[in-house]
Design a protein around this ligand. Structure first.
Ligand code: NAD
Length: 437
């Protein structure tokens, strides 16, 4: 199959290279010339484990190319994926579909022969209808089908997720036999590997993506509220999570209490689902509450740090370890660290941050703080050390070294990666989330 991927970001680049690795002939296209120039030189514009090697391998095999030129790429394609961003629209929280619609217009003018146009971006219910309308209006002669195929990969484990998905959801409308056959061919290697291919209507497929993300966000938020309750009643949230997670109906994943969900998907997708539901006069109150509880939580974690220092951080140094929204990515979008650092700064703290891969992106989003080259430089003269993201390199900190450099030995572990006794025996005070002091 000849495939064009419009948008070479976290999803487009990973999907494109994995399709190439399946044996398809793939062109990844982006409007961002610097991104394409870097890719052509063999440089990977994002941090994603295993991606550089897989790109190099498929480029060398001649199956993967990069371009900014849409015309030839689309004209020669059997399938065109739209994998552009759908951020929250400024002002009202709806998904901003301007990039998707712009891509649809550009594709429309260049279609040649039967082509399946696939929205891989996360898009609200009904977006496929509008993409179809735009293409038909722009190019009435075009022979095409618009399909929804939401992506479920997780940053940090993106290649593994793409190659071994729990399911592949494909939404096809009308007489979609030709589109269905093409999509089955695109995913044949996974299908042969027993990944279930779930065909639904286009609107259903679009909603599945939001329902999935909202459910996971709710699960995280639920355990976070349980953690707060645990702190009040003297219970241990990790044991509560294990105790409920072993129930097969609940499942143990996404039950880790922490500083609240962030990232490029859950915050914007929960909000967009709330807006879609309100527009259809069918409000999703559980999701509305999840959004509100999670928003509050991020600053509350900043206040938790302040409380752990004794209540006043003015003029005192606080070191923050981990700035990305989760480990193994350089993605800073909506990271809880942003609100936590802001809360500390608002209270007068001098903040130093360190992240293994996210520093370049962090600098664009968080200013007025110092950036350190490692955890120990960050901790120098600090009166609190805060773990916000559970990178592996923070799991075995040298406490003697930290204690020697910090002004006050206090660890606030917002990811519960240590046990209290492991930390206090080095002379540290310790605070964590939802566990008895
Ligand atoms: P991203 O911002 O990393 O990448 C989007 C890319 O599209 C950018 O490089 C941008 O330059 C490019 N682009 C925008 N308009 C274009 C156009 N008209 N022509 C060519 N290129 C264009 O975004 P992302 O994180 O890859 O997310 C893409 C979509 O996938 C979003 O809808 C997101 O919700 C969804 N999604 C993301 C993840 C994730 O973990 N990041 C997971 C599942 C789904």
């Amino acid at each position: 199959m000849k495939i064009t991927m419009i948008g070479a970001g976290y999803v487009g680049l990973v999907s494109g290279v994995c399709f190439a690795d399946f044996g398809h002939d793939v062109v990844c296209l982006d409007k961002d010339e610097s991104k394409i120039a870097a890719l052509k030189k063999g440089e990977i514009p994002i941090f994603e484990p295993g991606l550089a090697q897989l790109v190099a391998h498929n480029v060398a095999a001649g199956r993967l190319n990069f371009t900014t030129e849409l015309t030839a790429a689309v004209a020669g394609s059997d399938v065109v994926f739209i994998a552009v961003g759908t951020p929250s629209r400024r002002g009202d929280g709806h998904a901003d579909l301007s990039y998707v619609y712009a891509a649809a217009r550009e594709i429309a003018a260049n279609l040649s022969g039967f082509t399946v146009v696939v929205t891989k971006s996360t898009v609200p219910v009904g977006t496929g209808d509008e993409v179809e309308r735009i293409i038909r209006e722009t190019n009435p002669e075009a022979d095409f089908a618009v399909v929804s195929n939401p992506e479920f990969l997780r940053e940090g484990a993106a290649i593994e997720d793409f190659k071994r998905p729990d399911r592949i959801v494909i939404g096809v409308d009308g007489n979609g036999d030709r589109a269905r056959a093409v999509m089955t061919e695109v995913y044949r290697p996974l299908y042969l590997n027993q990944s279930p291919l779930l065909f639904t209507s286009r609107r259903t497929s679009e909603l599945i993506k939001y329902a999935g993300n909202a459910f996971l966000a709710m699960k995280i938020t639920f355990i976070n509220e349980m953690a707060d309750l645990c702190e009040k009643v003297g219970a241990n949230v990790q044991d509560v999570a294990r105790g409920i997670g072993l129930d097969g109906r609940i499942g143990s994943k996404f039950l880790h209490a922490g500083p609240g969900y962030g990232g490029s998907c859950f915050p914007k997708d929960t909000l967009a689902l709330v807006k879609t539901a309100q527009d259809h006069d069918s409000p999703v109150r559980l999701v509305e509450t999840t959004v509100a509880v999670n928003d509050n939580r991020k600053r509350a974690m900043g206040r938790k740090v302040i409380a752990a220092t004794g209540g006043d951080v003015r003029g005192r140094k606080v070191a923050v370890l981990g700035l990305t929204f989760k480990p193994n990515t350089d993605d800073m979008r909506d990271s809880p660290a942003i609100a936590i650092v802001q809360t500390l700064k608002d209270a007068g703290a001098e903040v130093t941050g360190y992240d293994p891969e996210g520093m370049d992106n962090a600098r664009k989003l968080i200013d007025g703080i110092e950036y350190a080259k490692d955890p120990y430089e960050a901790a120098a003269r600090a009166e609190a050390l805060v773990i916000v993201t559970e990178w592996n390199e923070f799991r075995a900190l040298d406490f003697a070294r930290l204690k020697a450099t910090m002004k006050t030995p206090l660890l606030v572990d917002l990811r519960n990666i240590y046990r209290k006794d492991e930390v206090t025996r080095h002379g540290f005070s310790y605070a964590s989330v939802g566990r008895p002091d």
